[in-house]
Design a protein around this ligand. Structure first.
Ligand SMILES: Nc1ncnc2c1ncn2[C@@H]1O[C@H](COP(=O)(O)OP(=O)(O)OP(=O)(O)O)[C@@H](O)[C@H]1O
Length: 314
């Protein structure tokens, strides 16, 4: 059974076409990323998946049932972009209230509130009111809310937006650990974050699905290398490109920003010639490391493949 199956899904808000004939089938597994510029239709797609709004045309099935169908109640939940709690009540009592809305009787609702607070590491703050929590703790509470009732699928709309890097990292680690038992779909503008968390990326643009990329089985991994130096001035950029281009296994190299280089290998199916021999897998890497040492260029990392940013936008 597919996790999600959309067929020619469209949604109009008056004259605005928020989604335009989106068709995709997604299988469960590691978290799935939903990416796209502002206004691309991500929140609209989430709202349709959750059953909050209905599509103008097309069909969408989640976990084998049409979106919004009663059989999905309690099986899907969402962390909305601007999730807010009532400042007047403790977080435990609010989570217990949300659990009771899902059908938990009062004692079990309180136990469920404790369970989800413990999942996000906030059991000790159960009696605090939302205003006394930091922004990062507030986001954790919102995730706890989304985990009430052990849903099979949780949609997270920009879960780390507005968090400082340290708290964003903690939240990512939390999502990563919860993802062992729960399927997440994450909408975010932070591509580095999605690259760390997700296996698959869906790219929406102007309401249309323009790309669906598998991060794990990316064919670009065999074709490209991404080299990041710790420091590199303009002259060094030219020198790095000149020096590395000399290797016959390197087809093309370009600077992505001051310190980063995208290196394209010679295509595997290209014929080997005496002056351009085809090399074993690590020959290009060995050459790069030799040159780094020879020219005293400090490197930060050498990655197989392209960064997600380059995969989506180049
Ligand atoms: N309730 C609504 N009424 C009218 N137009 C809407 C409504 N909701 C969304 N839209 C429009 O639909 C388009 C898609 O909006 P949506 O919020 O889904 O984009 P998004 O990808 O989530 O954007 P962002 O990254 O900024 O959150 C936009 O043009 C938006 O203005």
């Amino acid at each position: 059974m597919s996790l999600i199956k959309c067929h020619n899904l469209s949604k109009d808000f008056g004259s605005t076409q928020a989604l335009n004939n989106v068709s995709i089938e997604l299988e469960g597994g590691k978290p799935i990323a939903l990416v796209g510029p502002n206004g691309a239709g991500k929140t609209t797609l989430f709202s349709i998946l959750c059953g909050y709004i209905s599509a103008t045309s097309g069909t969408v099935e989640i976990l084998g049932s049409p979106a919004g169908s009663p059989t999905l109640l309690g099986r899907i939940s969402a962390l909305p972009q601007d999730a807010a709690l009532d400042p007047n009540f403790s977080i435990a009592s609010q989570l217990a209230f949300f659990a009771s809305l899902q059908g938990y009787k009062s004692k079990h609702a309180r136990a469920e509130a404790k369970r989800v607070l413990s999942l996000v590491g906030l059991l000790e703050s159960a009696n605090q009111k939302p205003d006394s929590l930091s922004h990062g703790m507030g986001k954790r509470v919102a995730i706890a809310q989304a985990m009430i009732g052990e849903p099979e699928l949780v949609l997270l709309d920009e879960p780390t937006a507005g968090l400082d890097p340290a708290n964003a990292k903690k939240l990512r680690e939390l999502i990563d650990s919860l993802a062992q038992h729960t399927q997440f779909i994450i909408s975010s503008h932070n591509l580095d974050e999605l690259e760390k968390l997700c296996d698959q990326v869906i790219y929406l643009e102007k309401g249309q699905l323009t790309q669906s990329v598998s991060i794990q089985n990316n064919q670009d991994d065999n074709k490209f290398l991404t080299l990041t130096l710790t420091e590199c001035d303009a002259q060094q950029v030219i020198q790095v490109i000149q020096v590395l281009s000399e290797h016959p296994g390197i087809h093309h190299i370009e600077s992505r920003n001051a310190k980063e280089f995208l290196i394209e290998r010679v295509a595997i199916n290209q014929k080997s010639t005496p002056d351009k021999p085809l090399n074993n897998t690590y020959e290009v890497e060995s050459f790069i490391f030799q040159q780094l040492q020879k020219h005293h260029w400090q490197y930060k990392q050498l990655l197989n493949g392209k960064r997600l940013e380059d995969t989506l936008f180049s």
